[in-house]
Design a protein around this ligand. Structure first.
Ligand code: FES
Length: 326
């Protein structure tokens, strides 16, 4: 076991050298800054003051070459090779309520929602604990590890993920097309979860496979008998995905789903509002004040919606919840 200590003494944990520094810190139930756990957002930056680490992905976009030269690393992309002294660069937003665990699962079902997007149903050896909105790391030996969000409410030892098979995506394409019977997952991760405030209406804004955490959170609200309005904006370029969205959220008098077609196809523009999701939102919301907003989707969508909410409509940052993925 290697001992890892931060210079401000806020972080003191151990790693067996198999975990990334981020996973080791979260397993020790520490509050550690992070979002994507995938090398893209840069939230988990550390400066290495003493000791040696293995950098798993030196080209990760979350860190510039200049920062690398300053002995900075991404905690989600490095492992300890010795005892370490580190400086944690950013401030942690909060502590996850469920420390991540490695879990063995069996695949018990796969259902395609479109040519590219599918639900993967898993059953684990133990109960799978998470907060709706969180994601799990799925590891395929030789191919890599990817983050996929839970698309089910907490339900004993079962878990449903929604995955998009992306071009050149080795992990997602193998999960879509290969006969895989068992899967190692690690999680949960992610800080974008339902707000404790249930006094306000909830607005969910998703694009593509970003629909997964929204389904999990909306179903959790329904289970809590949440009575305020729930509005879901879902954008996709595929009609099959928009149709699938209509079956995923369940029904309730207070739920409104607005499907948005992001690319114009003959005839379909009459059936759905078309354009980018952020362009469509104002026409469907009387006011953007007094709501909690949950965002998940491509980075451009997150940036545009953030601009709409924070800059153009002065929605407070604390009311906007998202983890950045790349
Ligand atoms: S780069 Fe490490 S959490 Fe995003």
């Amino acid at each position: 076991m290697f001992k890892i200590q931060s210079d401000d003494l806020q972080h003191h944990f151990e790693s067996d050298g198999n975990d990334t520094l981020l996973s080791a810190a979260l397993r020790a139930e520490l509050a550690f800054p992070y979002e994507c756990n995938s090398g893209g957002c840069g939230a988990c930056k550390i400066e290495l003051l003493e000791g040696e680490v293995a950098n798993l992905w030196p080209e990760a976009s979350g860190l510039s070459a200049r920062e690398l030269r300053k002995n900075r690393f991404l905690a989600c992309q490095c492992k300890a090779l010795s005892d370490l002294k580190i400086r944690v660069i950013n401030r942690a937003e909060g502590r996850a309520s469920h420390p991540p665990k490695r879990i063995s699962t069996r695949v018990i079902g796969k259902r395609f929602l479109s040519d590219e997007m599918f639900e993967l149903r898993l059953v684990a050896e133990q109960d799978v604990m998470f907060s709706p909105g969180q994601y799990f790391m799925v590891e395929l030996p030789e191919l890599g590890t990817r983050a996929y969000s839970a698309a089910s409410p907490v339900d004993g030892n079962t878990l449903t993920l929604i995955i998009k098979a992306v071009p050149n995506g080795k992990v997602s394409r193998a999960l879509a097309h290969d006969a895989i019977e068992t899967l190692q997952i690690d999680g949960p991760y992610g800080l974008s979860v339902l707000s404790a405030s249930t006094e306000t209406q909830s607005v969910f804004i998703a694009g593509g496979s970003g629909i997964a955490p929204m389904v999990s959170m909306v179903k959790a609200l329904i289970a809590q008998e949440y009575e305020k309005p729930i509005t879901v904006f879902y954008g996709s370029r595929l009609e099959t995905e928009l149709e699938a969205a209509e079956t995923l959220f369940g029904h309730g008098a207070n739920i409104r789903l607005i499907n948005v077609l992001s690319s114009v196809t003959d005839g379909l523009e009459k059936k759905y509002p078309t354009g980018y999701v952020h362009e469509v939102i104002p026409a469907y919301m009387e006011s953007l004040q007094g709501a909690e907003f949950y965002l998940c989707g491509p980075p451009q969508m997150i940036n545009s919606v953030q601009k709409l909410l924070m800059i153009e409509n002065k929605v407070p940052f604390e009311s906007i919840h998202f983890d950045r993925f790349f």
